[in-house]
Design a protein around this ligand. Structure first.
Ligand SMILES: O=C(O)CCC(=O)C(=O)O
Ligand SMILES: [Fe+2]
Length: 335
């Protein structure tokens, strides 16, 4: 068992984050994901080429350069095609997602679950708040009408702030790992050590939903904590190598830097929690990743995992959908 040692656990408790080097086998776990995503990208390239949105399929390029060329030429970011979760609204019958076997085996990675078990115990549920993030270099990135990079740097937040209020009762653990080395240049994470010790801080929408106006000093990239509410001067960057994993509590304040490099910034973020606690996104499907008490309940079949997401999408597409943001932006801290 690749359990965490006392020193690591003490660090996690004191500072609210822990980086573990060489936890995820690059050849056995990460390379198959990269291979799988290359196929997803090929399918996307075929579609965009047929639609006349790109003039070449860029078949001979490695993943990073290929996705950069395709997003830049089509002037659009297609990250939902790769994501193993659904959007937080406007889900349609043909909303794309990717829940392939290599991704499932990463969620079930034994050494990763051993470390998770050291923190949250033996009854482990895979929380459905999870994403792949592909960020092409900002200099090539498509931008929105306000000039903001689409899918760029992530603003300051706590993960509890991007789930529904029910998450306050849950011992949710975030695991972040890069599929390629991530550093300050291509946009690694920054954490604020010790910021997990207080309450869930006010998150403000990046724009005023009533007027559509972008708030001063904030970007339009979703919910964020105003820097007046925590010690942003204590922030530290966490550069990571392929195979390393970063653990965060649900209240650890973190963000990510912009991708100012010539290569992509590519990562997975996963969440785990004890079985039976609220997930904070109840409409999405989680699963039992490991259980000593009821091992027969563990999900081991990647295809079953795929069908959980497929049926969720089809069902939500047929219903009226509600937004699940817990903040209204009326707090004076957001002004
Ligand atoms: O990768 C990023 O840019 C942000 C990730 C994040 O906020 C998370 O994993 O919770
Ligand atoms: Fe986060």
């Amino acid at each position: 068992m690749a359990s965490l040692n006392k020193e690591q656990l003490d660090h996690f408790k004191e500072f609210g984050f822990l980086k573990v080097e060489n936890l995820i086998d690059p050849e056995r776990i990460i390379d198959p994901i990269i291979e799988e995503y290359h196929q997803v990208l090929s399918n996307l390239a075929d579609t965009l080429f047929e639609e006349g949105k790109i003039t070449s399929k860029y078949e001979d390029l490695p993943f990073g350069e290929r996705v950069t060329k395709i997003y830049a030429e089509a002037d659009e970011v297609y990250n939902q095609f790769f994501d193993f979760s659904l959007p937080q609204g406007n889900i349609k019958k043909d909303t794309p997602f990717w829940a392939g076997p290599a991704v499932f085996y990463a969620l079930k990675c034994e050494s990763l679950l051993d470390a998770v078990e050291s923190i949250i115990g033996k009854e482990i549920y895979s929380n459905p708040i999870q994403h792949v993030r592909i960020k092409i270099p900002e200099k090539f990135s498509p931008r929105d009408e306000d000039g903001f990079v689409k899918f760029g740097a992530t603003p300051w937040h706590q993960d509890a702030g991007v789930a529904t209020k029910e998450i306050d009762k849950t011992n949710m653990l975030t695991v972040w790992f890069p599929l390629m080395d991530a550093d300050e240049e291509n946009g690694c994470l920054q954490v604020v050590p010790g910021s997990h010790d207080g309450k869930v801080l006010t998150h403000c929408p990046g724009f005023n939903p009533k007027t559509g106006e972008v708030l001063p000093a904030l970007s339009a990239q979703g919910l964020q904590i105003p820097t007046t509410l925590f010690k942003s001067e204590h922030a530290m960057s966490v550069p990571m190598k392929k195979g390393d994993a970063l653990f965060l509590t649900k209240k650890t304040v973190h963000n990510s830097l912009p991708n100012n490099s010539n290569r992509i910034r590519w990562s997975f973020d996963l969440r785990y929690q004890p079985i039976g606690q609220p997930t904070g996104r109840e409409i999405f499907p989680g699963f039992v990743a490991r259980s000593e008490r009821n091992p027969e309940n563990t999900l081991n079949d990647p295809h079953k995992w795929y069908t959980l997401w497929e049926s969720t999408r089809d069902q939500l597409a047929a219903e009226e959908q509600f937004s699940f943001n817990r903040w209204d932006g009326d707090d004076p801290a957001c002004a």
